[in-house]
Design a protein around this ligand. Structure first.
Ligand code: AMP
Length: 452
């Protein structure tokens, strides 16, 4: 099948050809005609399946018809859970839409709000946004939705995991009722179906990868190792296999920083990316890694979510994630869009519980490979596959942290809770909708945590 047969217009086909894609991925083959058709769509697809082009291309096609956006108005809104994903989706919109006279913008927290307001002033056809900053902009009348035609929720499952459900509901409330809704999610969990109930209308359901399966093109195994030996083992593996581009997952921000220092001390260029890094530092780190200037990108789960790095050959779990689903997301960074990849986990005896949880989720035992020099003193117990079905997760209480920087300009200024008076003023000022200021306040007590 070719892109020509999907009903896409010439300017889009030209941009696709320039990007070098010749065959639509399975999600694209299903989603593109369904979206062009104009109905609501619910698609279960993980990152790496080509889902971004799967909604961006038909979205642009739909926007070719109709009036261009008027001052401060938006015709299509794409909501994403993290800044990085917003930036990547924004890049895709710009890339696929390069031969169309459409305007787009990306807005997220952690950076100045004024340039974003300026950008919105003349109206944009596609706005890609994280929920918190979008609410700030809406409260300041910088964005209006009465011309909105399409709403896209990208990585909706992650948005729920990150506690954005209330923000999403607030946003939906202020959108025109007559619109097309596209919901993309790695899984169709019960929570997602609940969200979908109030959002999509007789949707076409598309699914390209069964729930919680890991991409077939990814080879996965574990190296049992003592905790103290993990960094030495990682250096050994990088040198031995001459890995030039490795994404390493660390459970904590502190761990990510420490590991980066250890790698650098061993002559391996490395950079960390996590929620405590400024937006500029995160963007720079990603650019350096993509350009091949640094060999190792050490990331926490939230920071890495949605990172689009073409054909990443190597992913290493330095620590296993606490939440088994994150394993599936992590290794989704490799073997993308048909390319093969390797996902290797360094597992110490104290991580046996996490390992068992992952094996139960992915319904397979992970192969163990011992490396003689790193044979652990503390033995990892033998795994046995637990076939009991996994109970659906309880919905989490909303938690709006600053992991993706979706805070208002005010709370972004420093990590100090606002003074009482200031808080009072902010509440009055932002009385239209719940605000990031409020969220920042709720979370000021949680900032000491060292996760993600
Ligand atoms: P996504 O799932 O949207 O994050 O896309 C994963 C990767 O696949 C990105 O690097 C895209 O550039 C790439 N990609 C998307 N569609 C295609 C296609 N039809 N052929 C080859 N690569 C693609």
């Amino acid at each position: 099948m070719s892109f020509d047969s999907l009903g896409l217009a010439e300017p889009l086909l030209k941009a696709i050809a320039e990007k070098g894609y010749d065959t639509p991925s399975p999600i694209q083959a299903k989603a593109i005609p369904a979206i062009i058709n104009g109905g609501d769509v619910m698609a279960a697809a993980q990152t790496g399946t080509g889902k971004t082009a799967g909604f961006t291309l038909p979205l642009l096609q739909c926007l070719m018809k109709g009036d261009i956006a008027k001052a401060n108005k938006v015709r299509a809104l794409v909501l994403t859970p993290t800044r990085e994903l917003a930036a990547q989706v924004g890049d895709s919109v710009a890339l696929y839409g390069k031969y169309l006279p459409l305007r787009s913008a990306v807005v997220f927290g952690g950076v100045k709000i004024n340039p974003q307001m300026m950008k919105l002033r003349s109206g944009v056809d596609v706005l890609v946004a994280t929920p918190g900053r979008l609410l700030d902009l809406y409260n300041q009348n910088a964005v209006k939705f009465d011309q909105l035609e399409v709403l896209v929720l990208d990585e909706a499952d992650r948005m729920l995991d990150m506690g954005f459900i209330h923000d999403i509901r607030k946003i939906i409330k202020v959108l025109p009722r007559q619109r097309q809704n596209l919901l993309f999610s790695a899984t169709f969990s019960d929570d997602i179906r609940q969200l979908a109930k109030g959002l999509v209308n007789k949707p076409v359901e598309i699914s390209v990868s069964p729930r919680n399966t890991t991409a077939k093109t990814v080879k996965q195994w574990i190296h049992p190792v003592d905790k103290k030996q993990k960094s030495a083992l990682l250096c050994y593996l990088i040198h031995k296999h001459k890995w030039e581009q490795v994404l390493v997952f660390s459970r904590t921000k502190h761990g990510a920083n420490k590991l980066t220092r250890q790698l650098e001390a061993d002559g391996i260029t490395a950079v960390a990316i996590h929620g405590n890094k400024s937006q500029g530092a995160r963007t720079r780190a990603l650019a350096e890694f993509k350009a091949g200037e640094v060999r190792v990108l050490v990331a926490t789960d939230i920071a890495a979510r949605g990172l689009d790095i073409d054909q990443l050959p190597q992913v290493v779990n330095f620590d296993l994630p606490n939440v088994a689903e994150d394993y599936v997301h992590r290794i989704g960074r490799t073997g993308r869009a048909g390319a093969s990849g390797q996902a290797i986990s360094l597992v110490s005896a104290d991580e046996f519980k996490e390992l068992s949880g992952i094996e139960r989720l992915i319904k397979q035992l992970l192969t163990r490979k011992l490396i003689e020099e790193f044979d652990p003193i503390h033995q990892l117990p033998e795994s046995r596959l637990d076939h009991r079905p996994i109970k659906p997760k309880k919905p989490k209480k909303p938690r709006v942290e600053h992991k993706d920087g979706q805070r208002s300009g005010e709370s972004a200024r420093g990590h100090k809770p606002a003074s009482k008076n200031k808080r009072h003023r902010s509440r009055q000022h932002n009385s239209k909708l719940g605000t990031a200021t409020q969220r920042g306040r709720n979370n000021s007590s949680r900032r000491g945590s060292d996760t993600k």
